[in-house]
Design a protein around this ligand. Structure first.
Ligand code: PEP
Ligand code: MN
Length: 331
């Protein structure tokens, strides 16, 4: 951390800051310039709240030099990490996680699962607990939905990825899923992230729609610092001034997450665009940008989907995307 004093700060003002730093077990290196004094904090800056230094009189600002995340950073974890989901090596194999937005009736859900499997998906997705913006929208089939997912796994053989929205459901959902999905609304639910860190099951962490890259990676650190290294990142679009699309799929974040962290990074062009006719191009762009795979909303009859119909593609479209993306990955 670097502390910049206000112009004209006296020796006493500087001493006050140095003493505060030392009281946290760290050393201070004072560099007195003609107009400004700068104090370098030597030691683990995470031991001290930089806001409390910034609030001292005659301190102009206190700036961290370390990143807000550690365990998932390239410094601590230089090698790319892979996450194994029932034999699927996410980060190594190009992976497609596909299925409807919500778990629907058993017959439809099984038909979708069979067709996405044939189209090349390695993991089935569908939400049993739906965190909807309006409390009046369909909230998911909940435990009945989990039961249907268990049947999909048994009948179709695909591993399951489904969303967890409440710490109280970790055990119940964990019995029926192979990957816990943390959605964009819960990326900042640090109690949920910490508890998922105590499990060993893979966690797919979607980026919050207003989260910076650093905030997203710091959220991943909440899971890893509690002991669970099996984290998969998923860029799903952010809010911008653009209204043509539901969200703006941020391909910079795919590239940035690969540069800054060792975790596998997926992209979700379905939520990232909100428009089925944009999903194929956004899928290809994501793989070209270095994504390790895609999460896609797919339905046998997209117009009939119980949620997110406008962004849902057909199994045939999924198959075309899989074929093209495999070639792009090779390139
Ligand atoms: C979803 O995957 O259906 C979902 C709700 O995603 P997000 O959290 O990215 O909005
Ligand atoms: Mn959805």
């Amino acid at each position: 951390m670097v502390v910049v004093m206000k112009p004209g700060a006296s020796d006493d003002d500087v001493r006050q800051v140095v003493e505060k730093i030392q009281s946290h077990g760290m050393d201070a290196h004072v560099s007195r310039g003609k107009e400004t004094t700068i104090i370098g904090v030597i030691g683990d800056e995470r031991e001290i709240d930089f806001d409390s230094l910034g609030a001292l009189p005659h301190v102009d600002r206190a700036m961290p030099v370390l990143k807000p995340f550690k365990y998932v950073s390239r410094e601590v974890c230089p090698q790319d990490r892979t996450v194994n989901v029932e034999g699927v090596e996410i980060g190594k194999d190009l992976v497609f996680i596909a299925g409807p937005c919500s778990v629907e009736d058993e017959d439809t859900t099984l038909r979708i699962a069979e067709q996405v499997r044939q189209a090349g998906a390695a993991i089935f997705r569908a939400g049993a607990y739906k965190p909807r913006t309006s409390p009046w929208s369909f909230q998911g089939l909940r435990e009945k939905g989990l039961q249907i997912l268990a049947n999909v796994k048994r009948e179709i053989g695909l591993p399951i990825c489904t969303e967890i929205i409440d710490t109280a459901d970790i055990e119940t959902v964990g019995k029926h899923t192979d990957v816990y999905q943390v959605g964009m609304r819960n990326m900042r639910n640090y109690a949920l992230l910490s508890k998922l860190g105590k499990t060993r099951k893979p966690v797919l962490l979607k980026r919050g729609d207003s989260a910076t890259l650093n905030e997203w990676l710091a959220a991943a650190d909440y899971i890893v610092r509690n002991g669970n290294e099996n984290v998969i990142l998923c860029e799903r679009g952010i809010r911008t001034f653009e209204t043509y699309t539901r969200n703006t799929l941020d391909l910079n974040a795919v590239v940035g997450a690969k540069i800054e962290s060792c975790l596998p990074v997926l992209a979700d062009p379905s939520h990232g665009t909100g428009k089925a006719n944009m999903v194929p191009a956004a899928s290809k762009a994501s793989i070209a940008a270095g994504a390790d795979g895609l999460m896609l909303e797919v339905h046998v009859e997209p117009a009939e989907a119980w949620s997110d119909a406008a962004q849902t593609i057909t199994p045939q479209e999924l198959e075309d995307i899989v074929e093209t993306c495999k070639k792009l990955r090779e390139l």
